[in-house]
Design a protein around this ligand. Structure first.
Ligand SMILES: C[S@@+](CC[C@H](N)C(=O)[O-])C[C@H]1O[C@@H](n2cnc3c(N)ncnc32)[C@H](O)[C@@H]1O
Length: 202
């Protein structure tokens, strides 16, 4: 995420974070965990990759924030200790989860009523130009599935990611007990490449 997108990302995060119990699901190397912990939140970072969690742990040890890292599957509850969270962040990770409904259901279970979820996505409507389109060249927006973008940098080029419509994402959250609270398209470039959403648990 670029610095400009990150500035917009902070707009879908609540201001009052001190003392909040926050989950970062698909936390990767823990950058957002460290940011939220620096605001006084107690963080749990969950990721499937032990390698990325080791990097996160090493970096957290330097800054000494209050962060607990767990290896686990975002679409299953095996890692959860039953203590509800006040909120959750899902930063650029939902596209990586093959079971969208499973992940959204887990979030709805572990976040308390009136708690929040802040989500950042590669914009599902992005048609390409500064980077590949959200969908594969041989298909269109209404196609859904996992694909890898040939020649693309980062995760989209290596392991690939899922393309789904905006309606698919929003419907999953609405069906699983979330209310849409904020939508942000970071204002730069000709078309937005990132979509930011905030939901409240009903
Ligand atoms: C694009 S990275 C984003 C990492 C981090 N949130 C960030 O913004 O830097 C997606 C992350 O999702 C993790 N991931 C993919 N599938 C997962 C799953 N089923 N359960 C937990 N983590 C998963 C990957 O290991 C990776 O760290």
């Amino acid at each position: 995420m670029s610095a400009t997108v990150r500035a917009s990302w902070f707009r879908v995060l609540p201001e009052a974070l001190h003392g909040a119990r926050v989950l970062d699901i698909g936390c990767g190397q823990g950058r957002t965990c460290r940011y939220l912990a620096s605001k006084g939140a107690a963080l749990t970072g969950v990721d499937a990759s032990g390698e990325l969690l080791r990097i996160a742990q090493a970096r957290a040890a330097v800054a000494e924030p209050e962060i607990r890292y767990l290896q686990g599957d975002a679409t299953q509850l095996a890692w959860w200790d039953g203590q509800p969270f006040d909120g959750a962040v899902v930063e650029m990770s939902l596209m990586d989860f093959d079971d969208l409904d499973g992940a959204v259901r887990v979030l709805a279970t572990v976040v308390r009523r009136d708690g929040w979820a802040a989500v950042s996505l590669f914009h599902p409507c992005f048609p390409g130009s500064e980077g590949p389109a959200s969908w594969p060249p041989e298909h269109g927006y209404h196609w859904a599935g996992r694909w890898a973008a040939e020649g693309a940098d980062g995760i989209r080029g290596s392991v690939g990611a899922n393309h789904r419509s905006v309606v698919t994402y929003l419907s999953s959250f609405l069906i699983h007990g979330w209310r849409l609270d904020a939508v942000v398209e970071p204002p730069f470039g000709n078309v937005p490449t990132i979509l930011l959403l905030r939901f409240v648990r009903t």
